[in-house]
Ligand binder design. Structure first.
Ligand code: SF4
Ligand code: SF4
Length: 318
C-alpha cells in the first residue's frame, strides 16, 4: 500500500490504518489467537499503521503479531489519564506490553472534552512532552470528537498529531457541524499536523453506505490516514482493495454482516449512572422511573467505551 508522511513527524504510514478497538474486549471480544491472526494478516497484507489505546486492551495481540511476522508497524496509542503519573503509567504499560523501547505516537484520549482539555489534563500532556523529549515517544497529540479542540490543537506548537472524528452524516461530531469539522481538520493539516481520521463509518452506523462514506472522508483531502476497525480477514482484504481502487462491489453486502449494537441489560443494571458520564456522544440516558440506564441507538457510535465503565457488565454488544 502507498504510504504518506504524517505531517511534519517524518512517520510514514499507509492510508489505511488498522483500528484495534473492534476486535478487542470492548467490542467483538475475539480471543487472543483470533486477534493475533487478524493483526498479523493486516501487517502481511501491507497495512503498516495500527491505532490502539490503553482502554482497548489489545497490546498483547499486537505484540504477538509483531513477533509472528517480524514486522514492526507504526503504533499509535492513547490514554484518558489526566495526571502526570497516570499518563506515565499508561506509556510504560504500552512499552512493556508491546515489548518495544519506544512508541511512535501517543495521544491524549479525549473524545468528549472541550477546549479546556489542555488545562484540565496539563499533567498528562506535560508527561507526553517529557517522554517525547526523552525519545520514548516520536510524536504526540490528541484524539477528539470536538471541532473546537481540533482547531485549538491545530494552533499548538507541541501537537504533532490530531486524530479527529469525521463522517458524512456528522455522527458523533461535537461542538459544530460536519463543515466546521472539515474546516478545523484543514487548519490542522495546513499547520503541518499529522492527521488521521476516525469513525468514517459512524461506528458502523453507515455500513450500508460504505462506499459513499469512505469516499466522503477521502475526498476531503486534508488527511494522511484513516483508521478503520476490522474484525475479519475478509474485512481487511475488502478495505485494502477499496483503498487501492480495485474493490469488488459484490462483496460490500458481505462485510455489512459485521454490524453491532449495544444494549443495557436491565436485570443487571443497578442504576449507578457511571456509564452516562463516559459516553463520548451522550448516547446513554437514564430512566428515572425504572432507575435504569438505556442507550439511545441513533446517537450510539458503537465504540464500546461504556462497557469499561459498567462494573456490573450490564452493557453488552448484541
Ligand atoms: S454503569 Fe452499568 S449499572 Fe451503572 S447505570 Fe450504567 S448500565 Fe447501569
Ligand atoms: S452508548 Fe456511548 S459509550 Fe456506549 S457504545 Fe454507544 S457511543 Fe460508545
Amino acid at each position: 500500500m502507498k504510504q504518506r508522511v504524517l505531517g511534519r513527524t517524518g512517520i510514514s504510514v499507509t492510508e489505511l490504518c488498522f483500528g484495534a478497538l473492534p476486535m478487542g474486549p470492548r467490542q467483538k471480544n475475539l480471543n487472543l489467537v483470533e486477534c493475533t491472526d487478524l493483526v498479523a494478516f493486516a501487517l502481511q497484507k501491507g497495512i503498516n499503521f495500527i491505532d490502539t489505546a490503553q482502554m482497548y486492551e489489545t497490546y498483547l495481540p499486537i505484540r504477538k503479531a509483531m513477533e509472528k511476522t517480524g514486522i514492526r508497524p507504526v503504533i499509535a496509542s492513547k490514554s484518558t489519564a489526566s495526571s502526570y503519573e497516570g499518563m506515565e503509567e499508561a506509556i510504560l504499560e504500552a512499552l512493556s506490553k508491546l515489548n518495544i523501547s519506544s512508541i511512535d505516537i501517543f495521544l491524549l484520549h479525549a473524545a468528549r472534552v472541550d477546549e479546556k482539555v489542555f488545562e484540565n489534563r496539563a499533567g498528562a500532556f506535560q508527561c507526553l512532552k517529557d517522554y517525547k523529549q526523552r525519545g520514548k515517544i516520536k510524536a504526540i497529540g490528541i484524539s477528539t470528537h470536538n471541532v473546537n479542540v481540533v482547531s485549538l490543537a491545530a494552533k499548538m506548537e507541541d501537537i504533532d498529531i490530531i486524530f479527529p472524528l469525521l463522517n458524512k452524516s456528522g455522527i458523533g461530531v461535537l461542538a459544530g457541524t460536519i463543515d466546521d469539522m472539515k474546516e478545523s481538520i484543514k487548519e490542522g493539516y495546513d499547520a503541518g499536523k499529522g492527521i488521521y481520521l476516525m469513525k468514517v463509518l459512524g461506528g458502523g452506523n453507515l455500513i450500508d453506505e460504505y462506499c459513499e462514506s469512505v469516499n466522503f472522508a477521502r475526498n476531503i483531502g486534508n488527511y494522511h490516514s484513516i483508521a478503520m476497525g476490522m474484525v475479519s480477514r475478509e474485512e481487511i482484504e475488502f478495505n485494502i482493495n477499496f483503498f487501492e481502487g480495485n474493490y469488488d462491489p459484490e462483496r460490500v453486502p458481505t462485510i455489512k454482516g459485521y454490524t453491532k449494537r449495544y444494549q443495557v441489560f436491565e436485570d443487571l443494571c443497578i442504576g449507578c449512572k457511571s456509564c452516562t458520564k463516559i459516553c463520548p456522544n451522550f448516547a446513554i440516558d437514564f430512566d428515572d422511573v425504572k432507575k435504569k440506564a438505556f442507550i439511545n441507538t441513533n446517537r450510539c457510535l458503537t465504540c464500546g467505551y461504556c462497557t469499561s465503565a459498567c462494573k456490573e457488565f450490564a452493557i453488552r454488544m448484541i
